[in-house]
Each structure stands twice: as C-alpha cells, then as structure tokens.
Design a protein around this ligand. Structure first.
Ligand SMILES: [Zn+2]
Length: 252
C-alpha cells in the first residue's frame, strides 16, 4: 500500500517514529480491530485507534447514550443523549478521521453472532463491564485465533492484560486469571469510577493494540498491568497459564 500525500501529512508524527515509519502506517491502515463496548474504555481506545489510522474499526454496543455516561464516555455528547451508542461513536470518530471505515453493531454479543463478527478482525479489544461477556469473548478469541486486549476499571483503579492463547497455546487466557466470576463484583454504576481513570486504561488499550498490530515493543502477554491512580502506583504482575483452566486447560 502506497501512502497518499494527505495520509503522510496526517500521520507524520507517528510515521517519523523509527518503530512505525511508512511501512508501519500502511500496516495500520490495512488493519481491522474489534472493540467491544462504546463506553468508558471503548471511547479513548476507539478515538486513538481512529486517529492513528487503523483502517477499519468494528464497534459493538447495544446501549443508548445516557446523561450519566458523559462523565467518562467521551465519544458521546449531551446532544446525542438517547441515540444509539455505536452511531454516536461513529459520528465522533468520522469527525476525527473520515478515512477510517467504522462498522457498527448495535446488538448484544452472543455465542451465535460472535463468530462472523470476529471474522476478518486482526485484534480484539474488550471494553465490556461483566464477566459473562468477557468469558464469551475470551472463548471466541481462542477458537478464532485472535489476540485479546482486556481491561477493567473501578473507582481509582484499573487493570489491563493481553491474552494471546488463540495464537500461542503456552500463553494464558482471561479465564486462567479469573477461573470463576467473583461472588461480589461491584460495577461502575454501583461503586463509581473516575472518568480520567477509565481514560487512562482505555488509552493504554489503544497503545497496546497498535504495538501488537505492528509487532513492536514489550506487550502484556502473560502479565497484567495494575494501575492505582489514587496512590499513583503502577505495577506489573505475572499471569501464569492455569493447567485446569475451564477455557484453555488440558481438559477443556
Ligand atoms: Zn485459560
């Protein structure tokens, strides 16, 4: 793929990075990323991927924009309260970068519809907020050989990890980390979250995604970055593969 003059200008600040260059930019323009959720994590992730020129973004969310979303879900506006989140997201992203192809899916992700959705996607970003959806996406990434960048936030804290079990059978999956859903899993709607914390973690998902698409830098496969914005502590922990994991283990 040859870059056009206006593409060279638009992406000049990342094309001059030696790890990206024109070849890396062409690769991004030729990539497809699936983003589950046009909410707090999906907003910064989609904004930065679109701005960076990832050629095709497939975004799924079945919700409508609510006033209480706007404190952190920066794809949406006061004027678009009541609209479908994916259509609101598409408007915001095309204003930043009209050359990105935005595919919107306004239905819930299920075992039945996930396979055709992930077909043709190079990478999966999970911005969902519940364990059943995360498990479903994790399993689909295993069977369809996709790399999954998973993240979660609550209060002033967040976490992000990459699961490459679909392409490397020695790599752990999301369920190796959380074999069973916790009995008590507080949500942002019940326990609260700071918008800037979600923004930080969603932005890290975008950066991790770009690095994975280009095969550059140190990724988060086999580890998880824990972020505590309240105390300004970032640390990385190992995520081992679980031998009897219900999704990727020996007997699964
Ligand atoms: Zn596993």
């Amino acid at each position: 793929m040859t870059l056009l003059a206006d593409q060279i200008e638009r992406y000049s600040r990342q094309i001059i990075l030696k790890d990206i260059g024109g070849v890396g930019q062409a690769k991004l323009l030729d990539s497809t990323v699936f983003i589950l959720g046009a909410g707090g994590l999906g907003s910064p992730a989609a904004f930065y991927l679109a701005a960076a020129g990832v050629g095709r973004l497939v975004i799924a969310d079945s919700d409508q924009v609510e006033l209480s979303n706007l404190q952190r879900q920066i794809l949406h506006t006061t004027q678009r309260v009541g609209e479908s989140k994916v259509l609101s997201a598409k408007k915001a992203l095309q204003e930043i970068n009209p050359e990105v192809n935005i595919v919107t899916i306004s239905e819930r992700i299920t075992q039945e519809n996930i396979t055709p959705i992930l077909d043709g996607c190079d990478l999966v970003l999970d911005g969902s907020d519940n364990f059943s959806t995360r498990y479903l996406l994790n399993k689909a990434c295993l069977s369809q050989k996709k790399i999954l960048v998973s993240a979660a936030v609550l209060g002033f804290e967040g976490q992000i990890a990459t699961f490459a079990h679909g392409v490397d059978d020695k790599a752990p999956c999301y369920r190796c980390l959380f074999p069973k859903p916790p009995e008590y899993a507080p949500t942002c709607s019940s326990a609260g979250v700071l918008g800037a914390v979600v923004g930080t973690v969603g932005t890290l998902q975008a950066a991790e995604g770009i690095k994975l698409l280009l095969g550059i830098g140190q990724n988060l496969v086999g580890s998880m970055l824990l972020i505590n914005i309240f105390d300004n502590i970032f640390h990385n922990i190992n995520v081992p593969k679980l031998q009897n994991c219900p999704t990727c283990g020996d007997n699964s």
